[in-house]
Design a protein around this ligand. Structure first.
Ligand SMILES: Nc1ncnc2c1ncn2[C@@H]1O[C@H](COP(=O)(O)OP(=O)(O)OP(=O)(O)O)[C@@H](O)[C@H]1O
Ligand SMILES: [Mg+2]
Length: 547
C-alpha cells in the first residue's frame, strides 16, 4: 500500500531542468540569440531592462515557425535540429537539446511571436511559468521575437543569487558579444534601458568584426593567427605581450563558432607564448577553431560550455605550433632557436669567434651514452644532462599548473587501475586536487584501487602507473601532506616522470628538450640544484689542442 516514490509533476520537472540551463539573465540572452542564429537570421536585436529579469527580448529576421511548431517549441525535448541518435555525433547547430525555450518559459512570463515568410499570418504564444495561457493569430514580419519578462518570478531563491544590475548586464553583454564575434555576417544590436550597448554591422570576416568590436588601436597590438590543414582551420588574434596583464584580458576560444573553455587549448596557447618567459602570464587572445563536427563532442556540459576532442593531442600540437609560428612571424618571439639565444645570456661567458669561422654554425646534436646530449652553439658546445634538463622542464610545468593555471591532461586509451595500500590511498585522496591541476584524471576510488584515465600531457614516463605510486610514496616518506606540498610534489613528479639515463632520444626529441629547457625560468640547474648543462668554449678546446 502506498509508495514513497512519486513521479514528479511536469511543471516541477521543467523547473528543475531550468535550474541547469537558466542560471542568470545572460543565459536567457545566450539561448535566445543562439536560436536566432540557428534560424538563419541576418539581423538580431536584443533588448534588456534593469538587471535583465524585468525584460529580455530577442528579435530576428530568421526562418520563423509555423503555428504548430511555435507550440511545440515550448515543450521539453522538442527540437528541429536533431532527430536520430547518430545526429548527436556531428552537431552543426548551436542548439540540439530542445531544452532552452521550455526551461526559460518555466521560470518567467514568455511571449513567442513568429511568422514564416511563406505564411500569411503569424502566431503569438503566451506562457506563464511554463503553462500556455494563450495562442492567437497576429500580423508581423517574417522572423521571430521572444520576450521574456519577470525572470525567476516563481523561483525566489534563484532570484536572490543575482548580482547587481551592472554585473548581470556585463554578463549579458559578454554573452551577446561572444556570439557576435563568432558570427560576423549577422548584424547585432544590444539595447539596455534604451541605450545602445552594441551596434554591429554585417562583416564578411572574423577580423573585421574583431576590429569593429575592439577598435583599431587594440588590433594594432595583436598579431594575426592563421593555420590551415585539411582537418583543422585556426584563425584569430594574439595580443602582443605588452597588452597582456592588468585586469584579466579576453581569452576566448570558439570551436565551430561555439564559445567554449577548454584546458587543453589554453595549455597549447600558453605554451606557444612561452609564458614561462613572460612576466605577465595572461596574454590576450581570441581564437576560432573549425573542424569536422564529428571530431568534437559538444554534449558534455549542461550549457555546452565545454567540449571534448576525439584527438586532444593533435589539436593541442597544431594550436601550439600555430601560435608559436604566428608570434615568431609577428616578431613577438625571436626567430632564432633558444640555443642561439644561449650566447646572449649574461651568465654564460662569450668570447669573440676566431677569424674565418662560418657565421652561423648549424645546430647538430649527438646523444652520448644515452645520457648526455651534445649540441653545437655559437661559441663552442654544450653538454646537456638529459634527465636533469627534462626534470627542470617538467618541474616548471607542474609548478605552473599547480598555481591554478591550466594543466593539460592526456586521455589514456586504456585507463590504468592502480592498487594502493590504505596509507597510499589516504595520501592520494588528500593530494587529489593538486594531481588534477597537474593533469591527472583519477576516479573510481574503490577498495584499495583507483582508476587513472588521464595523465599530464608533458609526462615522459608512466610505466603503467608506477610513476604515480612512487610519487605518493615519496610524499609519505618526505613528510606527508604538510609543508611546501606543491613544490615537493612538482619536484617528485619531475624526477619520476622525466626521461632517464639510458633512454634513447631521437633528433627531434633532443631538439624539443633543449628548446623547452631554454624556455624555462632557470635552464641551468635542475630542481635539485644540480647543473643541467656544461658549456665548453672553442677557446678552451683550442687551448687543449695547442692551437
Ligand atoms: N528564433 C527562432 N526562430 C525559429 N525557430 C526557433 C527559434 N527559436 C526556437 N525555434 C525552434 O524551437 C525549437 C526549440 O528551441 P530550443 O531552444 O528550446 O531548443 P533547441 O534550440 O532545439 O535546443 P537547445 O535546448 O540545445 O537550445 C528549435 O529547435 C527551433 O526549431
Ligand atoms: Mg536553442
Amino acid at each position: 500500500m502506498g509508495s514513497r516514490i512519486k513521479i514528479l509533476a511536469e511543471s516541477l520537472i521543467n523547473k528543475i531542468a531550468a535550474g541547469e540551463v537558466v542560471e542568470r539573465p545572460a543565459s536567457v540572452a545566450k539561448e535566445l540569440v543562439e536560436n536566432s542564429i540557428d534560424a538563419g537570421a541576418t539581423r538580431i536585436v536584443v533588448e534588456t531592462k534593469g538587471n535583465g529579469t524585468q525584460l529580455i527580448r530577442v528579435g530576428d529576421d530568421g526562418e520563423g515557425m509555423s503555428r504548430d511548431d511555435a507550440l511545440l517549441a515550448v515543450q521539453r525535448h522538442a527540437t528541429s535540429k536533431i532527430q536520430r541518435d547518430s545526429d548527436l555525433d556531428s552537431i552543426s547547430t548551436l542548439g540540439f537539446r530542445g531544452e532552452a525555450l521550455p526551461s526559460i518559459a518555466a521560470v518567467s512570463r514568455m511571449v513567442v511571436e513568429t511568422r514564416r515568410a511563406e505564411d500569411l499570418g503569424g502566431t503569438r504564444v503566451t506562457i506563464e511559468g511554463g503553462m500556455v495561457k494563450d495562442v492567437t493569430d497576429i500580423g508581423r514580419g517574417a522572423g521571430t521575437t521572444v520576450t521574456v519578462r519577470d525572470l525567476f518570478f516563481n523561483t525566489p531563491v534563484r532570484r536572490k543569487f543575482l548580482k547587481a544590475p551592472g554585473t548581470e548586464m556585463r554578463h549579458v553583454t559578454q554573452a551577446v558579444m561572444n556570439l557576435a564575434l563568432a558570427y560576423p555576417r549577422i548584424a547585432f544590436t544590444l539595447l539596455h534601458d534604451g541605450r545602445h550597448l552594441l551596434d554591429l554591422e554585417r562583416h564578411d570576416s572574423y577580423l573585421s568584426r574583431l576590429r569593429e568590436v575592439f577598435g583599431k588601436d587594440l588590433m594594432e597590438r595583436t598579431v594575426p593567427l592563421v593555420h590551415n590543414t585539411d582537418a583543422l582551420h585556426i584563425e584569430g588574434i594574439l595580443g602582443r605581450p605588452e597588452i597582456a596583464g592588468g585586469a584579466k584580458p579576453h581569452q576566448l576560444f570558439f570551436v565551430n563558432n561555439r564559445p567554449i573553455s577548454n584546458r587543453t587549448l589554453l595549455h597549447a596557447v600558453l605554451a606557444g607564448f612561452e609564458t614561462f618567459l613572460l612576466r605577465e602570464r595572461h596574454p590576450f587572445f581570441i581564437i576560432f577553431l573549425r573542424m569536422d563536427p564529428g571530431l568534437v563532442d559538444v554534449n558534455v556540459h549542461p550549457v555546452k560550455r565545454e567540449v571534448r576532442f576525439t584527438d586532444e593531442r593533435f589539436i593541442h600540437d597544431q594550436l601550439f605550433n600555430a601560435v608559436k609560428l604566428s608570434l615568431r612571424a609577428g616578431g613577438v618571439l625571436p626567430t632564432t632557436s633558444p640555443l642561439d639565444r644561449l650566447v646572449e645570456r649574461p651568465s654564460v661567458e662569450v668570447r669573440s669567434r676566431p677569424e674565418g669561422r662560418p657565421e652561423e654554425a648549424p645546430i647538430s646534436m649527438w646523444q652520448l651514452h644515452r645520457r648526455y646530449i651534445l649540441a653545437n652553439i655559437k661559441g663552442g658546445l654544450i653538454v646537456v644532462d638529459q634527465h636533469a634538463a627534462c626534470e627542470r622542464i617538467l618541474f616548471e610545468e607542474a609548478m605552473h599548473n599547480l598555481s591554478g593555471k591550466a594543466g593539460s591532461g592526456q586521455q589514456l586509451l586504456f585507463p590504468e587501475t592502480l592498487k594502493l595500500n590504505p596509507v597510499q590511498m589516504q595520501v592520494l585522496e588528500e593530494i587529489l586536487p593538486l594531481l588534477e591541476l597537474m593533469g591527472f584524471g583519477i576516479r573510481g576510488f574503490g577498495k584499495g584501487t583507483v582508476i587513472v584515465d588521464a595523465i599530464p600531457a608533458g609526462l615522459k614516463r608512466w610505466e603503467n602507473g608506477k610513476v604515480l605510486i612512487e610519487m605518493v610514496d615519496e610524499m609519505i616518506e618526505t613528510g606527508g601532506v604538510t609543508f611546501r606540498l606543491k613544490e615537493r610534489l612538482a619536484r617528485s613528479y619531475a624526477c619520476k616522470s622525466a626521461v632517464k639515463d639510458g633512454d634513447r632520444l631521437i633528433q627531434e626529441e633532443m631538439q624539443i628538450l633543449i628548446d623547452r629547457l631554454f624556455a624555462t625560468g632557470d635552464p641551468f640547474s635542475c630542481p635539485h640544484g644540480r647543473p643541467t648543462l656544461v658549456k665548453i668554449s672553442l677557446e678552451e678546446l683550442d687551448k687543449r689542442f695547442g692551437r
